[in-house]
Design a protein around this ligand. Structure first.
Ligand code: NOJ
Ligand code: CA
Length: 684
C-alpha cells in the first residue's frame, strides 16, 4: 500500500494561551471544517468544567456537551479545569486502500489540540484533540504521562453529545443478551435508551448524523446512554473489575465520532472513520485477497444438517469435496466449511471449552479436502467457533493458525456465540472471568487474533465481534465481520429480518465498515416454510448494496444450479471496488448504490426497497462520458413481491451511456441489480 501525502497546509503551530493563564473567561478555542460549514468550540464554564459544541451553517448542531473522565482510584477530570494551551493544524492527503469500497481516500481536515489543566492540586492535565472534516468530526482524549498518573483506572467517560435539533433516531439497545443482533428501533431522539454505536439520527431539516467511534484499541467500546432530553453520554462497556478501562499513560482514547451529512446517501459515503485510524501496519498485504465463497453452512441454519457429528453431520469429506467442485465449476473463489472440528457435540452455545481447533471429526479428512481444494484452485476458508471462550481459543491460537497456514488456508471465520456478558477471558491472575463481547479484554483478544493471523498471512472475519471502528486500515487482514442481524435470521424463521432491514443496515451498521451478511438466498424460505422478506432481484442487489470483501453465495448449490441465469450475476459481481457511490436513499426505506470494479471499467448498480413498491430514477452520470455500456439488468418482474411471487425475475440487456436515466421499478420487498459492461472507450 502506498501513502501519498499531497501537502501539509500547516504543521501543528502553537497559537494561543501559555500555561500560566487560567482565566476561566478565556475565549473558547475554535476550529472549522475545511469548507467552513462545521465549526467546533471548546470552552470551560465558571466552575472550570470543559465542554464542546458545534454549529453547522451557523445553526446549533451540538449544544454544549461535557468532556471529562471518572477514575476508580483518583478524582475525576471534570471541574476546575482551564484551557492552558491550544494548537491548530491542518492536513490534506490522499492514501490508498489495498482493498475496499474505493481505492483512493482523501483525508482533509483541520485539527485543534486543546490542553486542559487543573487549576488546583493535583494539577493534572490532558489534551482533547479535535479533527474537523467537511463530513463530520472526531475527538479523543490524549493523556500524557505525569506524576501520579502512571496508570489510568477509568471508571467511565463523561463525554457527551447533546444533539441540538429535534431528530429521529435509529438505534440498537446496548449491553443486552443478544449483543448487536437486535432489530433497529426507530424512535424520536428523546426516546433513545442505552444505545450502541453507530447510532443514526435524522434532524428535522434533513441533516443526517451518526455517532460512532474510530480506532478502538486497548479500550472498551463506547455505548451511549440518554441522560435527559437530547443529552447522550458515553457509557463504556464494563470490564471484569471496577475499572471499565485500565491503561498505562501516556494514552490516547479511541476517537469519538460525529458524522454529518446533508442526506442519507451522503452519510453512507463517508471515509471519516477510516481517516481517523492509523495507516497500514503490515506493509505488503497483497496476500489479503477479497473473494466470493460458498459453504457448508445454510443447511445447518435450516436444520437439515448439523455442526455436531452423527447421521446429519454437514462437514463430511464427501460433502466438502462436492462443494469444492461446485465452487471450481462455477468460478467461485472460496469454500467455508463449518462443523469440521471436534467440539460441537455437547451444548456448544456459550461454552467453548470442548472445541479443538486442530482435530477434525473422523468423517472429515481435512488433508484430503485441502488437497482437493488446492488442486481445483479453490481457497478453503477456515472456521473457528469459540462460543465466546476467548481464553480457551487463545490457548490453541498458535497451533490453530499454524495448521491453516500449512494447508494454505488464507482466511478464517471466527465466531463468539455466547450471550452478552458471557464471553470468557482470563484476568491478570489467570482467573476465568465473564466479560462483555465489547469489553477491553475482548477488544484486546481480537487484537491478538488479528496479529497472530497476520504473522501467518491469514485474514480474519469475526462473527459476534467487537463492532467495526475502521481498524481494517491498520490491519488490512481484518477483512470483514458480522455485528448485526445477518441472513441467518431468515433461516431460523419468524420473526426473520423485516423488508426494511437491509435499507436500514446501510445507514446504520454499515457506517462502521464491511459486513459478512451472507446474501444470495434463492430458495427464500425459512426453515418452517415462510417467505423471507425478499425477492430474487433483491438477493442479487445485496451484493452491491452491502459492501464486504468476503461475500458469500449463501444458498445450497442445488438452488443455484436450478437458476443459473440469475446466478450469473453473483458470478460476475466483484468484491473489490475502484469507487463506490450511494446515489439515493432514505434510512430504512430504500437505497441505490453504484460501484466501479477495481479490475475493469465495468460499473454495477444495486437498489433495494422496504415493504413499499417504488419507482426510482437513476441518472447514469457515474458512467464514463463518451462510452457505451451494455446494461445487464436483473429486475423484479410484474408479479414480483415478497408476499407475491418472490421468484419473478426479469433478466434483460440494453445499451446505455452517461446522461441516460434508468427507471428502477422495485416490488414490495424487492430490488434491482445491474452490471454495466463497458464497451470500447470513446465509441459514442
Ligand atoms: C453464528 C455465525 O454468525 C454463523 O454464521 C455461524 O454459522 C454460527 N455462529 C456457528 O459458528
Ligand atoms: Ca451471528
Amino acid at each position: 500500500m502506498s501513502i501519498r501525502p499531497i501537502r501539509w497546509l500547516a504543521a501543528l503551530a502553537l497559537v494561543a494561551a501559555p500555561m500560566a493563564v487560567f482565566a476561566q473567561s478565556a475565549a473558547p478555542a475554535r476550529v472549522a471544517s475545511p469548507d467552513g460549514r462545521l465549526v467546533v468550540e471548546v470552552s470551560t464554564d465558571g466552575e472550570g468544567r470543559p465542554s464542546w459544541r458545534a454549529e453547522r451553517d451557523g445553526k446549533p448542531l451540538v449544544a454544549p456537551s461535557r468532556l471529562g473522565m471518572l477514575f476508580v482510584d483518583a478524582p475525576k477530570f471534570e471541574r476546575r479545569l482551564a484551557i492552558a494551551g491550544q494548537r491548530a493544524g491542518s492536513a490534506d492527503a490522499t492514501w490508498e486502500l489495498p482493498w475496499g469500497e474505493r481505492r483512493v481516500v482523501r483525508d482533509r481536515h483541520n485539527e485543534l489540540r486543546v490542553t486542559l489543566a487543573e487549576t488546583q492540586a493535583p494539577r493534572r492535565r490532558f489534551d482533547v484533540v479535535f479533527r474537523v472534516f467537511d463530513d463530520g468530526l472526531g475527538f479523543r482524549y490524549d493523556i500524557p504521562a505525569q506524576p501520579g498518573l502512571a496508570r489510568l483506572e477509568i471508571a467511565d467517560e463523561l463525554t457527551e453529545f447533546v444533539v441540538a435539533p429535534e431528530a429521529t433516531a435509529w438505534w440498537l439497545p446496548a449491553l443486552e443478551w443478544n449483543r448487536e443482533e437486535y432489530l433497529y428501533q426507530r424512535t424520536p431522539l428523546a426516546e433513545v435508551g442505552r444505545a450502541q454505536t453507530p447510532i443514526t439520527l435524522r434532524a428535522a431539516d434533513g441533516t443526517h448524523l451518526a455517532v460512532h467511534e474510530a480506532a478502538l484499541v486497548d479500550y472498551p467500546a463506547m455505548n451511549l446512554v440518554r441522560v435527559d432530553g437530547h443529552r447522550l453520554r458515553a457509557d463504556l462497556t464494563p470490564g471484569t473489575g471496577a475499572a471499565r478501562a485500565s491503561v498505562a499513560a501516556p494514552f490516547a482514547t479511541p476517537w469519538r465520532v460525529l458524522l454529518v451529512a446533508d442526506s442519507a446517501a451522503q452519510l453512507a459515503s463517508s471515509d471519516l472513520v477510516l481517516n481517523l485510524n492509523e495507516p497500514n501496519a503490515l506493509g505488503d498485504v497483497s496476500w489479503v485477497r477479497p473473494m466470493k465463497y460458498v459453504g457448508i453452512w445454510w443447511e445447518m441454519h435450516l436444520g437439515t444438517h448439523t455442526w455436531a457429528s452423527g447421521a446429519q453431520h454437514g462437514a463430511t469429506t464427501e460433502r466438502a469435496l462436492r462443494i469444492v467442485d461446485f465452487a471450481a465449476d462455477h468460478g467461485i473463489d472460496g469454500v467455508l466449511i463449518e462443523g469440521w472440528n471436534e467440539g460441537w457435540d455437547g451444548d456448544w452455545f456459550g461454552n467453548g471449552e470442548d472445541f479443538d481447533f486442530t482435530r477434525p471429526y473422523p468423517d472429515f479428512d481435512l488433508e484430503r479436502v485441502a488437497g482437493h481444494a488446492r488442486a481445483r484452485g479453490v481457497r478453503l476458508i477456515g472456521h473457528h467457533e469459540t462460543s465466546g471462550h476467548a481464553a480457551h481459543y487463545e490457548s490453541q491460537l498458535g497451533d490453530a493458525f499454524d495448521l491453516y497456514r500449512r494447508l494454505g488456508v488464507d482466511a478464517v471465520k471466527t465466531g463468539y456465540v455466547a450471550d452478552g456478558g458471557q464471553a470468557k477471558v482470563r484476568d491478570e491472575d489467570g482467573r476465568l472471568r465473564y466479560a462483555w463481547h465489547e469489553s477491553q479484554a475482548m477488544v484486546n483478544h481480537h487484537d491478538r487474533v488479528v496479529r497472530e493471523a497476520a504473522k501467518r498471512r491469514i485474514a480474519v472475519n469475526p462473527h459476534e465481534p467487537v463492532k467495526d471502528t475502521g481498524l481494517r486500515r491498520t490491519w488490512p487482514n481484518l477483512v470483514t465481520r458480522e455485528g448485526a442481524r445477518g441472513m441467518e435470521y431468515n433461516a431460523w424463521g419468524l420473526p426473520g429480518n423485516p423488508p426494511e432491514h437491509e435499507a436500514t443496515l446501510v445507514f446504520t451498521r454499515m457506517l462502521a465498515g464491511p459486513m459478512d451478511f451472507t446474501p444470495g438466498i434463492f430458495s427464500m424460505r425459512t426453515r418452517s416454510g415462510e417467505p423471507m422478506a425478499t425477492t430474487l432481484a433483491k438477493q442479487l442487489a445485496l451484493y452491491v448494496v452491502l459492501y464486504s470483501p468476503l461475500q458469500m453465495a449463501a444458498d445450497l448449490p442445488e438452488h443455484y444450479e436450478a437458476n443459473l441465469p440469475a446466478f450469473r450475476f453473483i458470478q460476475d459481481v466483484p468484491v473489490d471496488w475502484e469507487d463506490s457511490r450511494a446515489i439515493a436513499g432514505e434510512v430504512g426505506e430504500f437505497v441505490v448504490f453504484a460501484r466501479r470494479d477495481r479490475r475493469s471499467d465495468d460499473w454495477y448498480l444495486g437498489a433495494v426497497t422496504d415493504a413499499q413498491a417504488r419507482t426510482l430514477r437513476a441518472p447514469l452520470d457515474f458512467l464514463e462520458p463518451g462510452r457505451r455500456y451494455t446494461a445487464q439488468v436483473y429486475r423484479d418482474g410484474p408479479g414480483a413481491g415478497w408476499q407475491a411471487d418472490q421468484t419473478d425475475l426479469v433478466i434483460e440487456s440494453r445499451e446505455v451511456a452517461a446522461g441516460d436515466t434508468l427507471e428502477l421499478r422495485l416490488a414490495p420487498g424487492g430490488g434491482q441489480a445491474i452490471r454495466f459492461v463497458a464497451g470500447p472507450a470513446g465509441n459514442l
